[in-house]
Write a protein that binds this ligand. Structure first.
Ligand code: GAR
Length: 196
């Protein structure tokens, strides 16, 4: 099987959806969950599943991304992943780090890219009056929230939506989309997945 490392910063609901999917005849298995903060709720959830975890706190490296990334690279290389999945990992990476994993790294972003790169995607979609919103899985390249699109899922924007209600609707689709994309990608197929 292909080995998958998952990088998180938070609750890790997308990580859990990926872990839940990598069973049975799935072409991949998890080898590591790695966080930039010990406070990430996803670490305990991964450990409960018997998946190795590691933390590399970014804070001692404030202002020195390459130094942080050198530390991040240590447990990541030791786990020997074939695929690296960013799942709510909230640190920007340098071109040097990304180039090491290019073609093997996926990210999920809560918008219909190329719309709304960066943060606060749901509030921005509402402010723009969009009637449709969603999420994207893409290959990670040196440009933030860029790179070839591997999948998208769409949701309607409803009249009474707040950023929170819209985020929750999108997140449900993230949990469907990311496993669908990973399964296809791990089997060597880079055609995009469009849901529903
Ligand atoms: C998800 O909505 C993910 O798309 C988003 O953070 C959330 C993480 O939730 N990612 C980004 O905004 C990346 N810039 P999770 O920890 O429950 O998966």
């Amino acid at each position: 099987a292909k080995h998958v490392a998952i990088l998180i910063s938070g609750g890790g609901s997308n990580m859990m959806a990926l872990l839940d999917s990598m069973v049975g005849d799935h072409p991949a298995r998890p080898c590591l969950v790695l966080s930039n903060t010990a406070a990430a709720g996803g670490l305990a959830r991964a450990a409960d599943r018997g998946v190795p975890t590691a933390v590399v706190d970014h804070r001692p490296f404030a202002g020195d991304r390459p130094a942080f990334e050198a530390e991040l690279m240590k447990p990541l290389l030791a786990a020997r992943p074939d695929i690296v999945c960013f799942a709510g990992f909230m640190r920007i990476l340098t071109a040097g780090f990304v180039s090491h994993w290019q073609g093997r790294a996926l990210n999920i972003h809560p918008s219909l890219l190329p719309l709304y790169k960066g943060l606060n995607t749901h509030a921005r979609a509402l402010a723009a009056g969009d009637t449709e919103h969603g999420c994207t899985v893409h290959e990670v390249t040196a440009e933030l929230d860029d790179g070839p699109i591997l999948g998208q899922a769409r949701v309607p924007v409803l009249p009474d939506d707040t950023p929170e209600t819209l985020a929750a609707r999108v997140l449900k689709q993230e949990h469907r989309l990311y496993p669908a994309v990973l399964r296809r990608f791990a089997s060597g197929d880079r055609r995009p997945v469009f849901l529903p």
